[in-house]
Structure formats: C-alpha cells, structure tokens
Design a protein around this ligand. Sequence first.
Ligand SMILES: [Mn+2]
Length: 353
Amino acid sequence: MRLNEFQRILKKKGFGAALFVNTLEKPSSNFLYLSGSPAQGILFVTPSSSVLLVHEMDYLIAKKYSRIRNIRRSSDMLGSLKRLLSSKRVVGLDFDSVTVNSLSRLKRLHKARYVDVSGILSDLRQVKTPEEVRLLAKACRITDDIFHKVFLNLKRFGSESEIAAFILDQTYRLGLEPAFSPIVASGPNASKAHHIPDDKPLRKGFCVIDYGVRYKGLSADMTRTFFIGSPSDRDLELYYLVLRSQQESLKLARPGTSFFDIDVFSKKLLGSYSKFMNHSVGHGVGFDCHERPFVRRTKKGSGVLSVGSAMTVEPGIYFPGKLGIRIEDTLLVTEKGPRLLTRTGKNLLVIRK
Ligand SMILES: [Mn+2]
C-alpha cells in the first residue's frame, strides 16, 4: 500500500527508479518502511515494479520479512544494480542515508540525475496507516510493561546502569530491540537530557528514565521521573508544574494544529521556569524515533499535525548540575483529538532509600 503510493509519486514526477540501501553500518528506515525487511540489501523501485536485491547470505532473512515478493540473490550486488539502473535517467535516492562516498561510487557505476526522495518518504511516513498504528500502540504497551517492571523492582537497583541493563534484558527477552539506548539519570545527572547511565550509586533526588522499544520497525518513546528520598515542597511544586504543562499541552494535539504552537504553550505553562527547558516540546515518532512532524525555530518551518500523526509531548525543566524533570508520552493524533499510546501513571512515585 505504501509502496504503491510511492510508486505513483515516482511516476508523476517522471523518475525512472528509486533505490534504498540498507546496511548494518547505515540502517535505512525508509528501506524498512517500504519493504518490511530488516535484511541488508538494495531496494530498487520503479513506477511499475520493485525488487529486493540481497547477497546470498541474507536471502533467508529477506524472505522471512519482506513484503516485496521479488527477491533477487546476487553475489555481485554492484553488477546487478548496474543492470537494473540501465536506461534510467532520473533516479531517486534517500539523501538522508546515502553517504558522499556511496553517491560518488554510484555516479561512477551509472550516469544519471540523482534526486533526493527523503522528503517524499517523510511526508508519506507522517500519516500512519491503521496497521502502523497497531504496531506503534503495541510498542507503547510493551514499553509500559517494562516501566512497570522497573518500578516494581526499584528497591533492588543500585545504579543507573543496573536499571538500564534490566530494561535492555526485558527488551531482548521479548525478542525485541531498543528504539534507543535507555536514559537513566539520577540526581544532578537528570539535568542532562541525554545522560548516559553510569555505574555509581543512584543519587538522591529526581531520577529520569527515558526509553522505548521498537516493535516491527515502530518506535515507542516514553519518559517518567520518580524521586529517590524525600521530596521537598519545592520539588513537588516543580514536578507538578511539569506534569500540568505536559497534560495540558498534549490536549492540543489535534489535526491542523502547528507543533510550534504546542511548544509555545507548554513553555508558557512553565512560566519563569521555561528558560530551564532547553529543548522543544516533542517530535514525531514512527520508523525513526525522531521523524516528522518537528518543532523548528519558526512556526512556518514547524510541522502541522494531521490525522495519523504520531508524536511525543515531553516538557521538562533542568537546573544544570542540580536536577532534571521530564515527562513524556507517545500519542496519536485522531479526528477526535489526541489518543495516548503510552499509559504509565504520572503521579510522582517516591522511593525512600
Ligand atoms: Mn522523545
């Protein structure tokens, strides 16, 4: 279905073909999106046909996952690609995933006008199909379950890295992959939005956990903040300020709303603390953990939500070297408004150590 739509666009634009390369070093989410297959290889699409070109050793995995029936085995991938490209004068490429070196190799292999199709793909991907919504919701439910298990076991963890290891263990036991490395940040570490978990004893204060699993290509993204020790009145006030901003902002996730306006609104609700929120209110999610729609510096450059947009809402405040609080959900924009896909409770959980 997605592939057919992409082929229609290729035809309309007069492209002879488009190709997507997926390797271990440079995984291509567009390759996965269009083919359904995580195998290494080249996806070659023309307005009327498609073929998945794989090395002999990747044939079985391609066959297992690919929605594209035409899978061709080759021991000379470049030679096979050259034959497929012959007579194609305009060829679409995903400029987001092609390196400068591979582009020059490609130009030596076959002379053509190579045109970026990454924008076409991100527009298509912004509207989730019912099947993608189902998979994303499943990714979110599994992520909820893992957070639940983390919270049940909190007493036994001594360090951030123990929590991260537990999260990854739970993920791999299910035969799944992390959408990104878990962020576990306790005490002053939580003031770094992208802290890497360390093996030192957990610090007292707020502890941020940011994580999501990838389920059949779709990424969940959720953050919860809990407290180790006894929160002061001010700690509680700060936490519930962020929570209120998050809960009110996500209500704005409706078709036609600019993501920019949600960003402005979430910061307005933080009042004078908004200067301690050093990132935007959220991002689109899907086959990449960060994809369209985005919040940019201007309203004009920012994405507009539509039915089928999947996104996060994640306000936070960070006092450098002191504390950090972030609360994030993944949600879907429907005709009726936002539908929360991550559902872990958000009242402040306090553990006394
Ligand atoms: Mn996020």
